[in-house]
Write a protein that binds this ligand. Structure first.
Ligand SMILES: Cc1cc2nc3c(=O)[nH]c(=O)nc-3n(C[C@H](O)[C@H](O)[C@H](O)COP(=O)(O)O)c2cc1C
Length: 312
């Protein structure tokens, strides 16, 4: 199950999706058991911004039949607070640390990348591209030129692997992925949440304090599969696939669609150990498919999937 991703050794290919597993709160709740049985092969932080953010007004969540909408609004302590309080705690985790950053201009993203570039605790950086550039009003990851310009700006600032986290709310996601690759990204991750809305059944008004929110969970898994397949066919970079993963089968499907790693997000809200269960189920599927005799179509794909995962 071990895998090498952008030069980082991982025990298995299952990591967390940014913003869906609070490792510091989990450590408080579960103590050292969390460190002994950490559910992910790497830990991805919630998005860090330059200035502290309160996040969106409540309500912030809405449950859907196959998932949920969130309008959390990226509350965080800001760069200085993060470096002083969160990073030292997260550095104690037994797995490589990936810091997810977002800025409202190229300069802001550059400052964040430069700050984390100097920290030995940080193995890689994930750039959350689902953010409007206040200088031009375009969402950075919705426009290939914006994406390329951002990557070209931050690439010289760090030798650490840069993972571009793509937004699914773009008309041509593979074109954005190509722009990220051309700009110097080492890997891409997808999908982030899809924009959605819920109405208060009593008033007919938007339920979420942020009016719209991000949709995630099992209901988005078919979209994730399609976008991971399209992006991994369009570029020659490692891909982190996510969107609705709640079982080893979901993870296996994303690997078959072209992902190199898989991230578990919304499923961790129901079960904080979901990541470990997904990894165990995936291991079983991969060992079964690696040793099975070929069946038309299916087993050959399974062996290829096992090969993708075990290559290092
Ligand atoms: C409550 C919540 C908070 C999230 N916060 C972030 C975040 O801070 N940064 C980010 O890049 N993605 C964030 N995401 C998106 C997830 O990382 C992931 O891309 C998305 O939820 C799809 O995966 P899933 O269906 O398994 O949840 C968040 C998702 C949820 C549900």
């Amino acid at each position: 199950m071990s895998v090498r991703f952008c030069g980082i050794e991982l025990a298995h290919p299952v990591i967390n999706a940014s913003g869906t597993f609070d490792a510091i709160a989990a450590r408080r709740a579960f103590g050292d058991t969390l460190l002994e049985h950490f559910p992910f092969a790497a830990f991805v932080s919630k998005t860090v911004t330059l200035a502290p953010r309160q996040g969106n007004p409540p309500p912030r969540l809405w449950e859907l039949p196959g998932g949920m909408l969130n309008s959390i609004g990226l509350p965080n302590k800001g760069l200085d607070g993060y470096l002083a309080h969160d990073l030292p705690e997260l550095a104690r985790l037994p797995v490589p640390l990936i810091i997810n950053v977002m800025g409202f201009s190229r300069r802001e993203v550059g400052e964040l990348v430069s700050a984390f570039a100097e920290r030995d605790e940080v193995a890689a950086l994930e750039l959350n591209l689902s953010c409007p550039n206040v200088e031009c009003g375009l969402v950075m990851g919705a426009d290939p030129h914006e994406t390329a310009a951002l990557l070209e700006h931050v690439r010289p600032l760090t030798g650490k692997p840069l993972i571009a986290k793509l937004t699914p709310n773009a008309s041509d996601v593979p074109a954005v992925a190509r722009a990220a690759a051309d700009g110097g990204a080492d890997a891409v991750s997808l999908i982030n949440t899809l924009r959605g809305m819920a109405l208060d059944p009593d008033t007919g008004e938007p339920w979420l304090g942020g009016i719209t929110g991000g949709m995630s969970g099992p209901a988005v898994s078919a979209i994730a599969l399609a976008q991971v397949h399209a992006v991994s066919s369009a570029i020659d970079l490692p891909v982190v696939g996510m969107g609705g993963v709640s079982s080893g089968r979901d993870a296996y499907d994303l690997l078959q669609a072209g992902a190199d790693l898989v991230a578990v997000g919304t499923a961790s809200f129901r079960d904080p150990a979901a990541g470990a269960r997904v990894a165990a189920e995936l291991a079983e599927l991969l060992s079964g498919s690696a040793s099975a005799s070929p069946q038309p179509g299916e087993a050959a794909d399974g062996r290829e999937c096992a090969r993708r995962v075990s290559r290092s």
